[in-house]
Design a binder for this molecule. Structure first.
Ligand code: SF4
Ligand code: SF4
Length: 379
């Protein structure tokens, strides 16, 4: 196992994500298959994984309970446990104390090694920063009392939102968890976010290194182009090698759903094998091809021509994302927009297309985006 220094401790560079544990039925919301989860944790422990990441909402609240039970069988100082304050649900904002106490009980522990503001994004940042809820004050007190060892945040928000959070709370943040992989490097502006965190000297924790499993298997053409430069590397390992090439990355969390995945990930993490410049170029070119994204350059020539006042480049950026995700992230971002700014307000007049230097078929994209949102998340 590769280890990384974090302050005065050594963390396994691969962490065990408890967001998609094995379940007993076909549906993702079926009860967790605890026996299989226990075997997976045992394998991870034996192979040097010392970081376990859960959250209040994972598996509808069951992940913390099951992970607490499983990890409770190991000496408390043999692993690091992370969980998060569920501020993605705005109704939790005034319950920080009750939720924190409940989490300690659920996880059968007296302290959390790592505790995060869960998902800072456009919709909750005002409340996270609002002193009336006292979330930061409360968490700092828990830290002073030794019940939180390290405080950080996770974010699906956009660059400006993360910057705003850092401007207010950056001095207290010891780490930040973002969605980072070779597709999101461009698609979700992850490169700029990495540079921002480096500016604040905040170590990076990575979620969705395989983009919910989508980077575990590529088309024949994409697989062949990667094999041509590193024949021995399995396709999923490229996602981890990409992350090993970024100096700011300390922790990579992979949601573990079965033994096969955990074995493969641990095998990859027996070695640190960053990509060289040529390999990185091939990988990022592959990512561009995979995304087949609409080539909006955000020049904004179109926006003044839209009778509905839509922020077309932002919507196209979200549309590009939704074509390559399960819609969850896009759902949150669209939900954070005022109703009159959502893609369903497009009337198909094509005034925008007449001035678009990239000749993007914007009206069709808005129609398709609207349909996708309705199908996937009922927006
Ligand atoms: S087609 Fe839609 S996005 Fe384009 S100008 Fe008309 S209303 Fe705006
Ligand atoms: S004019 Fe075209 S390229 Fe420019 S912002 Fe609008 S859609 Fe994007």
């Amino acid at each position: 196992m590769v280890y990384k220094d974090f302050q005065d401790i050594k963390l396994s560079a691969l962490g065990f994500g408890a967001m998609r544990l094995p379940v007993t039925g076909e549906e993702m919301d079926a009860p967790i298959d605890e026996a299989r989860a226990e075997e997976m944790v045992a394998y991870a422990m034996e192979h040097g994984v010392n970081y376990y990441d859960t959250a209040y909402g994972y598996h509808e609240g069951q992940s913390e309970i099951v992970m607490g039970r499983i990890l409770g069988r190991y000496p408390r100082d043999s692993y690091y446990l992370a969980t998060k304050f569920p501020g993605y649900d705005l109704s939790n904002m005034d319950k920080v104390e009750a939720i924190f106490e409940e989490q300690l009980k659920k996880c059968q522990t007296e302290y959390f090694d790592f505790y995060l503001f869960h998902n800072v994004y456009e919709k909750n940042i005002d409340l996270y920063l609002d002193p009336q809820y006292g979330i930061m004050d409360y968490l700092l007190k828990q830290k002073a009392a030794g019940r939180i060892k390290h405080l950080g945040f996770s974010a699906h928000g956009r660059y400006d939102t993360i910057r705003r959070f850092l401007e207010e709370y950056g001095e207290y943040m010891e780490f930040c968890q973002i969605q980072l992989n070779y597709v999101d490097w461009k698609l979700q502006d992850a490169k700029a976010k990495v540079e921002l965190l480096e500016e604040y000297k905040i170590p990076i924790w990575v979620m969705e290194p395989l983009r919910g499993g989508k980077l575990a298997e590529l088309s024949e053409e994409d697989t062949a182009s990667l094999k041509a430069v590193r024949p021995e590397e399995p396709v999923p390992a490229w996602a981890f090698r990409f992350l090993q090439s970024l100096p700011g990355v300390t922790m990579v969390l992979s949601g573990m759903s079965n033994m096969e995945q955990i074995k493969a990930n641990i095998l990859t993490y027996e070695e640190d094998k960053p990509l060289n410049e040529a390999e990185m170029k091939v990988l990022l070119e592959t990512a561009d091809r995979m995304m087949n994204i609409l080539p909006c350059t955000a020049c904004r020539y179109c926006t003044a021509h839209c009778p509905k006042g839509l922020d077309i480049p932002t919507l196209l950026s979200l549309y590009n994302e939704t074509r390559y995700t399960n819609g969850l992230i896009t759902h949150m971002a669209v939900d954070a927009l005022a109703e009159e700014k959502r893609p369903q307000n497009c009337i198909g007049c094509k005034s925008c297309e007449a001035v678009c230097p990239q000749q993007i078929e914007i009206a069709g994209a808005m129609r398709d985006f609207t349909e996708k949102l309705q199908e996937e998340v009922g927006l």
